[in-house]
Design a protein around this ligand. Structure first.
Ligand code: 1CP
Length: 380
């Protein structure tokens, strides 16, 4: 396995007193390639991880999930959530771990009654339908309302023992609001768009409460040991240009301004991923994030030209390529690496989450191709 052992300079120590309560092992990271790439510092190869890297494409995940009973029980069981986080890292030379949880833990903690219907995805017993529903929503306090997420972060950090950095995450306020308003997965977003155009003030009230909740949630994850955080704005791309700025980006900017950006003597980078957000890259770079996640519809070369001098870029292979033969996966990895070109600031990833139908052997082809084919772009 190719791992670098260089460490980031220990410039500054944590300013926040409560970080002192951390129980995690603060040893140096054995592989900090991912953190270096996010800081646009030199690396030996392009680091890689996959959105949804722990999940149903892995037989060991399916076994652990059935041991837990169901998906939510798995998220709430510290030992098993830790186990499934580590499963992909046992198989592949990934350069980061991501907390096993879900973005919908926040609406669940707000009392919406999250449950999963097999084959249909997430659903809420109590979706948001009226002004009174918005009024009733309380900003979450993570320590009290979502202790199981923080327990998982601490357990995963202990088990990782400094091997690779741990990513914490949250949904964006807009993306969370779409699930809360629709009450389930949707491809049409009829109700959410009605709120955008018919009840913008009410929507702003809801988004405000969500933004404050996300700030608390991500800061608590950072205090518990998350070394990078990613905001998943999965549904930002369904908005018009002006609605994206007003209802999604503005709240992510507010969140980034409220985050603890340093812990354990290191920067805590923030990655912002708006699916379908390629046209807004300049505005995304202006939020104060450290990196932007790209889906496959944006050219890596164009993205680098537009914002590569300001932020790192993460992405962006179409996850459907993982169903193609090994040679096609390698060719696509080579094409994306060439698109970014020589130099620093690229984290390889898929353009969206891996799907359950993927053969785990194809993932190895993908990860190894990134590591091997990227070396010439960093040498010397
Ligand atoms: O049956 C199962 O085992 C549940 C499938 C599953 C899994 C594995 C769900 C339900 N969530 C997860 C884990 C999950 N979700 C992670 C784990 C960490 C990882 O390995 O990456 C993360 C980061 C998420 C985040 C998430 N949940 C997002 C944002 C990322 C994205 O994919 O766009 C979204 C939109 C959700 C909602 C959600 N939870 C689960 C599903 C199937 C969905 C999507 C529903 C939809 O398409 O609307």
């Amino acid at each position: 396995m190719r791992r670098t052992s260089k460490s980031l300079p220990r410039e500054r120590s944590a300013r926040f007193g409560y970080l002192g309560r951390q129980t995690v092992n603060m040893t140096q990271l054995k592989n900090d390639t991912f953190l270096r790439a996010l800081a646009r510092q030199p690396v030996d190869y392009t680091p890689v991880w996959m959105m949804r890297q722990a999940g149903r494409y892995l037989p060991e995940y399916r076994a652990t999930r059935s041991q837990a009973g169901d998906f939510l029980s798995l998220c709430k069981n510290t030992e098993l959530a830790c186990e499934v986080t580590l499963q992909p890292l046992r198989r592949y030379a990934m350069d980061a771990a991501i907390l096993f949880s879900d973005i919908l833990t926040i609406p669940d903690a707000m009392g919406l009654g999250l449950h999963f219907v097999e084959g249909e995805g997430p659903k809420f017993h109590n979706p948001i339908r009226t002004a009174a529903d918005v009024e009733r929503i309380q900003v979450i306090e993570t320590q009290q309302d979502l202790p199981y997420v923080l327990d998982a972060v601490r357990a995963i950090r202990r088990e990782l023992n400094g091997s690779v950095p741990l990513i914490g995450f949250s949904g964006s306020p807009w993306t969370l609001a779409t699930y809360m308003i629709e009450g389930a997965s949707t491809r049409e977003f009829k109700r959410s768009k009605e709120w955008v155009y018919n009840s913008p003030e009410l929507l702003h009230q809801l988004l405000d409460k969500l933004a404050l909740s996300v700030i608390d949630y991500l800061n608590a994850q950072i205090a518990a040991g998350a070394q990078v955080v990613q905001i998943f704005d999965t549904w930002g791309g369904i908005l018009s240009d002006s609605a994206y700025q007003e209802f999604s980006l503005a709240y992510m900017r507010k969140i980034i301004a409220g985050l603890v950006r340093e812990a354990e003597g290191r920067q805590v980078p923030v990655i912002l991923f708006t699916k379908g957000g390629g046209q807004w890259l300049e505005s995304i770079a202006d939020t104060g994030c450290d990196a932007a996640g790209l889906d496959w519809s944006t050219s890596m070369a164009d993205a680098r030209q537009r914002v590569g001098g300001r932020i790192a870029l993460q992405g962006n292979m179409d996850p459907a390529l993982l169903r193609a033969p090994a040679a096609a996966i390698e060719a696509e990895v080579a094409r994306i690496l060439a698109g970014f070109g020589r130099g620093e600031g690229h984290v390889f990833n898929l353009g969206h989450g891996i799907t359950p139908d993927i053969d785990p052997d194809r993932v190895r082809v993908f990860i190894d191709a990134v590591h091997e084919l990227s070396r010439p772009y960093h040498a010397g």
